[in-house]
Design a protein. Sequence first.
Length: 106
Amino acid sequence: MKKSLLWYLVLIQLTIIVIIGYKIYTKIQINSSTNISINPIKKDDIVLTPNDGLNYFFEPHASSTIVDKVEWLSFIPEHKINSDSLNEQHDYSILKPKKTVRIIID
């Protein structure tokens, strides 16, 4: 009695594993057939309009250096703005070198 119940439970578990495996396999097959398209944003397509509702809005100018004059520091901090108006020292090419991962956070 106990052996037959054990075999019955094992058979049910194997059936469930096969069903779930088949569903996962068909889902992977469907997803691998889809095409991925990348649509880069061109600088000319970006429209920046000033908003009068923002009282304390700061937009850095491209390819500039911002110097902070802080009395309590022993050095003068400089913030270099690249050609994309990012607080970064380097300009990055649109074409990505091999073995490079780019992450954009907004």
